[in-house]
Design a protein. Structure first.
Lengths: 343, 461
């Protein structure tokens, strides 16, 4: 039996994408929820619950990008110009989010500006990622291995619905994450927000599936897996998982809801991937034809097999070090927290 | 008409210039923090803990900027240079992929512990985290230099006119210019960090604030600079004349500012090149110095840019002035580093006011040199992205000019605001200075000898 290299590397990229969606998903969710909390102490707790880990979480996205460039360069070269505008706005949003993290702790009087940038950046990044998902589902125009559409192709009503889905799903992750890491009123407020965001996911998924025949006829025509039965099954599972999530939110446990949130996000991701499968550029280029030379994919695969287990181990260790409920005041007074009142 | 090629190049130049400043700072500061924490563990002197905590705050601000602007770079190859990405993906993609897996995750995984882990993990483990972050920044720089050097001196591949195929990974990765350029960049980062620390310390010394803190930092940083700068000058000379000249003579020709091959060559200081007429309208030069610097004697001819066919020439003025900027400022930094050795020898390091003044003004000099060096390297590689094989005009994405203008405007606005905020916050952190009181009681009251502090106690008198 020979190793199907393109498939193996596609699985690694899929794994990185899943890690990104779950890990940065809750970061972005916390960011979006930041402005819904008025209390400054609570906001600090929210940010500190993700401060030590966000950078590693975002790195999975860099791996997706680099993995596509190295493993599927022709797809990378088609997809990135095709999604030019949402990608650039996403990158700038993530830039705002990432710098707001550091900057907000350096000021007291203007902290609200950075909190606003943090929230706007998180929301912008989530919406742009959703727009790209929608644009992938509706397909990319390709001629001579190059993108042949216009930059505005990816801004369609259908994309707004997928954007809503992604943003809501991230908010569910963020709110349930906060339930694990916080106590008191903030934890209770997060519980309420998780409920609302869960309902929003059901609404958004229904809207995406219901409007697909009109707004995204390409899906009906070209996606092999798409038929009334599979669509009904998908919607039913989403509703079912959301029901289990709501049920767990009514109970006392503060960890189980995050598990349901992860399952919910995984379900949506699997549905998306199986809809476009085996295309990497829907519905023009499958990933076998987009594959880089064997030597290049082999280097990447050997690197991934050798290095990623260590990455997972020390990332888990980092989560372990920063486990538990976030205290309302930092445990240690250091230069960054000992700000004078006037700053 | 809006030219998408020019706009994409401007956008890439803007975003990459913005980006490079921060990793340079991160690499230099991380190495400095490793040194400081090592000294702290060895001596137990709480002053080192204060130095660590203060500079790690500045480091964190810069690191964040580097992460977010670096994320942009990894996608910009595709958004704006998709045909380049499709052609070189099989070569550069795996290099960047390995960089992400081996370096980015390492930095990100241990940065949290480094910044927020005091008290949560033991001192030795904390030191290990600092080392791993520093190693991560170094690995990352090495991979990026391998990829970029491959674009300068491509090797180990075949090109079918559309895609590069790797035939020899070893040759591609260890391409001819890689070891020299990687070393040049790493040294530049350490020097940049050293001058940043020394400059800020000089500022405190002149203000008479945080004296113990400032003296220790000043001495450490100038010590690093005194070792690194002579090496860097030597390495730069080897890199330009022995490594790049055989592969990219056009870059050297443009750097020196001659159109025709000139024996007994002067050293051009100011020129007004006319690329169309292939001549300088004006030149101000130091006699014979060009030949001395290039050939180490009075007569060595310096090749002129007209030797290179016009369609393979870079734009002379930008290569020339970028190089002059790096070279002249680098030479000034070298002189300052050497003079600091003299002052140290004479036990006057903390007393010379004029030298402190100079060092204070040289605070950003490392960053300026790095930008000058990168402009020399990258604009000197034009009109190619992969030197001699893939032209820049054949590298861009099928994106229209107005779209690129939109994104360029967004980048300028967002990056501009972030830079203003960054500089404001760093400046205010520097004004606040390190925490004055000891963070905890010092386990030992004596200042032990460490690194280059032999004369400190005497100099304090």
């Amino acid at each position: 039996m020979t190793l199907d290299l393109p498939l193996a590397w596609a699985l690694v990229i899929g794994f990185a994408l899943t890690m990104y969606v779950i890990l940065d998903g809750f970061d972005l969710g916390v960011g979006m929820l930041l402005l819904t909390v008025g209390n400054e102490v609570d906001r600090d707790i929210m940010v500190r619950s993700i401060a030590p880990v966000w950078d590693g979480n975002e790195t999975w996205l860099v791996l997706v990008g680099a993995g596509l460039l190295g493993g599927f360069p022709s797809a990378y070269g088609i997809a990135l110009p095709a999604f030019y505008l949402p990608l650039i706005v996403m990158l700038l949003s993530l830039a705002l989010r990432g710098t707001a993290f550091e900057f907000r702790f350096q000021t007291r009087r203007r902290r609200w500006i950075w909190d606003a940038a943090f929230s706007a950046g998180s929301l912008g990044a989530a919406l742009c990622q959703g727009l790209i998902v929608g644009a992938l589902l509706t397909g990319v125009r390709v001629r001579d291995s190059s993108f042949a559409g216009s930059a505005l192709d990816c801004l369609r009503p259908f994309g707004l619905l997928t954007a809503l889905t992604v943003a809501s799903a991230y908010m569910v992750l963020g709110a349930t994450w906060l339930m694990i890491r916080t106590t008191g009123t903030l934890a209770e407020a997060s519980r309420a927000r998780a409920r609302a965001a869960g309902l929003s996911v059901i609404f958004a998924v229904l809207a995406v599936v219901g409007s697909a025949p009109r707004l995204a006829p390409q899906v009906m025509a070209k996606a092999a897996i798409w038929n009334p039965v599979s669509a009904t099954l998908f919607v039913a599972s989403v509703v079912g998982i959301c029901g289990l999530l709501q049920n767990s939110l009514r109970r006392a446990s503060d960890r189980i809801p995050f598990a349901w949130a992860m399952i919910l996000v995984l379900l949506v991701e699997v549905a998306f991937v199986s809809t476009v499968w085996p295309f990497i550029i829907p519905y023009e280029l499958d990933f076998w034809h987009a594959a880089s030379a064997e030597r290049s994919q082999m280097v990447l695969l050997v690197g991934a097999v050798a290095i990623l287990p260590f990455v997972l181990a020390y990332s888990a260790y980092s989560y372990f070090v920063f486990r538990g409920k976030v205290a309302s005041e930092p445990e240690e007074v250091s230069a960054d927290t000992a700000l004078p009142e006037s700053v | 008409m809006l030219d998408p090629v020019l706009l994409s190049r401007l956008q890439f130049a803007f975003t990459v210039s913005f980006h490079i400043v921060f990793p340079t700072m991160s690499i230099g500061m991380a190495a400095f923090l490793v040194l400081v924490e090592y000294l702290y563990l060895k001596t137990g002197d709480e002053l080192y803990e204060r130095i660590y905590k203060f500079w790690s705050l500045i480091f964190a601000l810069g690191f964040g900027m580097g992460v977010v602007s670096g994320l942009v770079m990894s996608f910009e190859f595709g958004t704006n240079f998709s045909r380049f990405a499709q052609a070189v993906g099989p070569v550069i993609g795996p290099i960047i992929g390995l960089e992400v897996m081996s370096a980015f995750f390492l930095e990100a995984g241990f940065l949290g512990i480094m910044l927020f882990g005091w008290g949560r993990v033991g001192r030795k483990l904390h030191f290990a985290a600092t080392c791993l972050v520093s190693i991560g920044t170094t690995i990352s720089a090495s991979f990026i230099m391998a990829a970029n050097s491959w674009m300068q001196t491509p090797a180990g591949v075949t090109f079918d006119g559309r895609t590069f195929h790797v035939v020899d990974w070893r040759a591609a990765f260890l391409n001819p210019s890689f070891p020299y350029r990687a070393a040049h960049m790493l040294l530049a980062a350490w020097i940049t960090g050293a001058f940043l620390v020394a400059g800020v310390s000089a500022w405190y010394l002149r203000q008479g604030r945080h004296l113990d803190f400032a003296r220790r930092c000043y001495s450490l940083a100038l010590g690093v600079a005194s070792i690194a700068l002579p090496l860097q000058l030597y390495l730069g000379d080897v890199l330009a004349l022995d490594v790049m000249a055989p592969h990219q003579i056009a870059k050297i020709e443009a750097m020196e500012g001659f159109w025709n091959t000139t024996p007994n060559a002067p050293w051009n200081v100011l020129i007004l090149p006319d690329q169309k007429a292939q001549r300088n309208r004006f030149a101000l030069a130091v006699p014979y110095l060009g030949s001395i610097l290039v050939g180490k004697n009075l007569h060595t001819p310096i090749p002129g840019l007209s030797e290179t066919p016009r369609d393979r020439q870079p734009i002379m003025w930008i290569v020339f002035y970028s190089f002059r900027l790096m070279f002249l400022l680098g030479t000034l930094m070298f002189c300052a580093a050497i003079y600091s050795i003299w002052l140290r020898w004479r036990h006057r390091l903390y007393m010379s006011q004029r030298f402190q003044h100079l060092i204070m003004w040289l605070t950003p000099s490392g960053f300026v040199c790095v930008l000058g060096g990168w402009f020399t390297a990258e604009t000197g590689r034009q009109p190619y992205t992969v030197y001699g094989l893939l032209r820049t005009v054949d590298s861009v994405s099928p994106v229209v000019g107005s779209t690129v203008l939109t994104s360029l405007t967004l980048f300028v606005l967002v990056y501009g605001s972030l830079l203003v905020a960054f500089l404001t916050l760093v400046y205010r952190a520097l004004v606040r200075g390190p925490v004055e009181r000891p963070l905890r009681a010092s386990p030992s009251g004596t200042v032990r000898r460490a690194f280059v502090h032999e004369h400190e106690e005497e100099a304090l008198v």
